[in-house]
Design a protein around this ligand. Structure first.
Ligand SMILES: [Cu+2]
Length: 280
C-alpha cells in the first residue's frame, strides 16, 4: 500500500487523537467510586487506608521493574551493537571479573531487601487487625452471602443478586451496611464450599472456608456504595454472588440497625432466631 507522507501523517494524528480520547475517557470513567468502569486499566479509587498503601506499593514496584527492564534492554542492545562478529572480529577470552560478579550479586540483594521492607509492612498492616468498632460476619453460600451483626442485636440476613438493580451483576437485594471511618472487622466462613470475600476499593480479599473462621478488616473513608464479587471459583453461579457494601454516617447506621433488627428478626434463615426458638 502506497501512502503519501501527508496521508501517513494524518493517520498517525488520527491514532494519537483516539489514544488521547481513550486515556481521558478512561480517567473520567475510572473516577467512578466503588465499582468497575468501562476501559478501566488501573485500580478502583482507594476507599480505605490499606488500599492506599497497596496502590503505593504497586506503583513503587512498577518503577523498579520498569528500571530493571530498561537496564537489561540497554545491555542487550550494547552487546548486539558492540560485540557482533563484524564490529568485534577478535573476541576477548575473559571468563571472570571479580568486581562485576560481586556487584551483580549484591545489587539484586539490595533491591530485594528494599522491596521486602515495605512488603512486610503492608502484610502486617493487613493482618494485624486493630481494635474493631464493629464486627460483621460474612458467610459464603452457594450462591449468595449471609451477613450477621453480632454486636448490633444479633440479626442476620441474606444478600442475593438482584437482576433488576444497577450496576448490572453487582446490585443486591439486601446490602451489607457499615458506618464510615470506623474499623470494621470482617469474619468470613463458608457454609458449603470455599468462597472468597473481596472488595477492591477497600483492598480486602479473604477466603471463606467451611469449618474455619477467617478475619480481615477495613476502614471505609468515604460514604457510598462499594462492590465486590466472590473471588474463589465456587460452582455454577460463582459469578452471580456479588458483595455490595453501603457505607453511611453513624446516625444513618444507627437508624438502619433499628430497621434491620425488626425486618430480619424472624427471617427463616436467621441462625440466631433458630437457635433461640430451637427450630430447625
Ligand atoms: Cu462463591
Amino acid at each position: 500500500m502506497n501512502m503519501s507522507r501527508g496521508k501517513v501523517g494524518r493517520r498517525l494524528l488520527g491514532l494519537a487523537v483516539i489514544g488521547i480520547a481513550l486515556a481521558v475517557g478512561g480517567a473520567a470513567w475510572a473516577a467512578e467510586v466503588g465499582q468497575p468502569s468501562p476501559w478501566e486499566y488501573t485500580f478502583q479509587p482507594a476507599a480505605s487506608p490499606v488500599m492506599v498503601d497497596i496502590e503505593w506499593f504497586h506503583n513503587f514496584l512498577l518503577w523498579i521493574i520498569s528500571a530493571i527492564t530498561l537496564f537489561v534492554l540497554a545491555l542487550l542492545i550494547i552487546v548486539m551493537v558492540k560485540f557482533n562478529s563484524k564490529a568485534n572480529p577478535v573476541p576477548s577470552k575473559t571468563t571472570h571479573n571479580t568486581l562485576i560478579e560481586v556487584v551483580w550479586t549484591i545489587v539484586p540483594v539490595l533491591i530485594l531487601v528494599g522491596i521486602a521492607i515495605p512488603s512486610f509492612r503492608l502484610l502486617f498492616e493487613q493482618t494485624d487487625i486493630p481494635k474493631a468498632d464493629l464486627t460483621v460476619k460474612a458467610t459464603g453460600k452457594q450462591w449468595y452471602w449471609t451477613y450477621s451483626y453480632p454486636d448490633n442485636g444479633k440479626f442476620e440476613f441474606d444478600s442475593l443478586m438482584a437482576a433488576d438493580k444497577k450496576p448490572r451483576l453487582l446490585g443486591v437485594d439486601n446490602e451489607m451496611v457499615v458506618p464510615v471511618n470506623k474499623i470494621i472487622r470482617v469474619q468470613t466462613t463458608g457454609a458449603d464450599v470455599i468462597h472468597s470475600f473481596a472488595v477492591p476499593a477497600f483492598g480486602i480479599k479473604i477466603d471463606a472456608i467451611p469449618g474455619r473462621l477467617n478475619e480481615t478488616w477495613f476502614k471505609a473513608t468515604k460514604t457510598g456504595m462499594f462492590y465486590g464479587q466472590c473471588s474463589e471459583l465456587c460452582g455454577k453461579d460463582h459469578a452471580f454472588m456479588p458483595i455490595a457494601v453501603r457505607v453511611v454516617s453513624d446516625q444513618e447506621f444507627a437508624e438502619w440497625v433499628e430497621m434491620a433488627k425488626k425486618k430480619f428478626a424472624s427471617a427463616r434463615t436467621n441462625s440466631y432466631a433458630l437457635a433461640e426458638t430451637g427450630a430447625q
